[in-house]
Design a protein around this ligand. Structure first.
Ligand SMILES: Cc1cc2nc3c(=O)[nH]c(=O)nc-3n(C[C@H](O)[C@H](O)[C@H](O)COP(=O)(O)OP(=O)(O)OC[C@H]3O[C@@H](n4cnc5c(N)ncnc54)[C@H](O)[C@@H]3O)c2cc1C
Length: 430
């Protein structure tokens, strides 16, 4: 039987089927197109949402920095110690709340506070800098301070400022504090992946950076290498371990050089030994990172040298030196560059009038403070970066040149010895 043999009823039925099928196909296609359109619209909306989130985030950061400037202060401001928390051996964290109850400025993660401490029995306050060890919070600042031990095999007393914090400062005390400052900080507006490297007390600015990334809901790749002897002197340990849960893009590597008997490999630490560039080479996919370093002088010296040897440009290596010993040993590329590019006053003689000392200027003394140290002349120093103002010294005659930008105010006729070199023969009131 051919189609032509079908009865009119069958033909009508077949025609009806074709019509219904066609209509269904048409309907299906329309549905498919509208679904596809909806998916595309959904994707576009998601992209738009992401873009808006990024805009809000960057507006929040801009607002934060405007607020920071608005709420900043000049000179010292009174802060009450509202919490003193023991962290590990000879180490305490301090929460500092403004005594005037006015807002406090935010800060960039990595910056520090400068304290003017009037120690018992002293006529003049000493100046000490301590990194902010948390990200910016509206209510308080936090610093974490470790007692500075005497140099090995000496019977010198431990550090004055740090011992004062550990032994004497208590909750309720009021301290004189200068506003957050410092050029060593993590730029939260950047996307470049970072490597945070710290040894011992050098963890303080790094943990602030990690907290700031978490607060900013950043998606940046972060490697965090931390070294100490063992868990007993791993300050802020629980907080360090908790970072990985809060920030999935953070890879934490804890190195213990002498793990304690209760320290379990894999659970408490990942590597036995020190933090080294060799370890980084074995883990990082490339050297295309911004490296942030803070730790003891010898640690920083070896890491900066090895990073350079690995081909990491100096511009990608950022470091903070804690205290005089570290500064002398650490390479300070920007200072060295300044010394080699600017003709220095060869043969200039520097005289420290009060101490009756005099020395011939030489380029290996990067700054006037270095010359003073070499001559045994005591010039008070805090940050050694031109910010805290502790090394301000009067110039009796001669001129100086700044080799770094300064944050502290400089009265005319004086200079910041930590970031100056002589322009010629110079007499200082020190
Ligand atoms: C930017 C910056 C941030 C910092 N952040 C932190 C931080 O977050 N946490 C922290 O704990 N520290 C930090 N520091 C270090 C801190 O500022 C101090 O340098 C540190 O606490 C030591 O100061 P001190 O007054 O205790 O020691 P000082 O009294 O200055 O003594 C220093 C050393 O000299 C020894 N000494 C004492 N008498 C003599 C003598 N007669 N001859 C030779 N040696 C002697 C002491 O035993 C000690 O080892 C930071 C430093 C800087 C610059």
């Amino acid at each position: 039987m051919s189609a032509f043999d079908l009865s009119p009823t069958s033909l009508a039925f077949l025609f009806g089927c074709i019509l219904v099928g066609g209509l269904m196909l048409q309907g299906g296609l329309t549905l498919f197109h509208s679904l596809r359109g909806a998916v595309h619209a959904g994707q576009a909306q998601a992209r738009e949402l992401e873009r808006l989130e990024l805009e809000i985030q960057s507006a929040r950061l801009r607002l934060q920095s405007v607020e920071q400037e608005r709420a900043g202060w000049n000179g010292v401001r009174k802060f009450a110690v509202t919490k003193k928390i023991p962290e590990c051996a000879d180490t305490f964290s301090f929460h500092l709340t403004p005594h005037d109850s006015r807002p406090i400025p935010g800060f960039k993660p990595g910056q520090y506070l400068t304290f003017q401490l009037l120690l018992p029995g002293q006529a003049k306050p000493i100046v000490r800098c301590y990194s902010l060890s948390d990200c910016a919070r509206p209510s308080h600042y936090r610093v974490t301070i470790k007692r500075c031990p005497p140099p090995p095999k000496t019977d010198h007393p431990p550090g004055k400022g740090s011992s004062f914090f550990c032994d004497a400062v208590k909750e309720g005390d009021i301290l004189d504090v200068k506003a957050p400052a410092g050029h060593f900080f993590l730029d939260l507006n950047k996307e470049k992946p970072v490597v945070l490297i710290s040894g011992g007390v050098g963890i303080t600015p790094m943990i602030a950076m990690a907290h700031a990334l978490i607060e900013a809901k950043a998606n940046r790749e972060v490697w965090f290498f931390f070294g100490s002897r063992g868990s007993e002197d791993h300050m802020l340990r629980a907080e360090t371990l908790a970072l990985v849960e809060k920030y999935p893009n953070l890879k934490l590597h804890i190195c213990y050089s002498r793990p304690g008997k209760n320290d379990v490999a894999g659970r408490d630490y990942q590597h036995e030994g020190r933090v080294t560039v060799e370890l980084m080479k074995s883990l990082l996919p490339s050297q295309n990172y911004d490296f942030f370093l803070c730790g003891p002088g010898s640690f920083m010296e070896s890491i900066t040298d090895d990073l350079r040897a690995w081909g990491v440009p100096d511009a990608s290596v950022h470091f903070e030196a804690f205290g005089p010993a570290s500064v002398k040993k650490a390479a300070k590329p920007e200072m060295k560059a300044a010394l080699t590019t600017t003709p220095f006053a060869g043969g200039a003689r520097i005289t420290f009038a009060k101490s009756n000392q005099s020395a011939q200027w030489s380029p290996e003394h990067a700054t006037l403070l270095d010359v003073a140290d070499a001559c045994g002349v005591r010039i008070e120093a805090g940050c050694r970066a031109g910010n805290c103002g502790a090394c301000l010294v009067a110039i009796k005659s001669g001129e100086v040149e700044y080799i770094n930008e300064h944050g502290a105010d400089v009265e005319s006729g004086s200079c910041l010895a930590c970031i100056c070199k002589p322009k010629g023969t110079l007499v200082l009131d020190a």
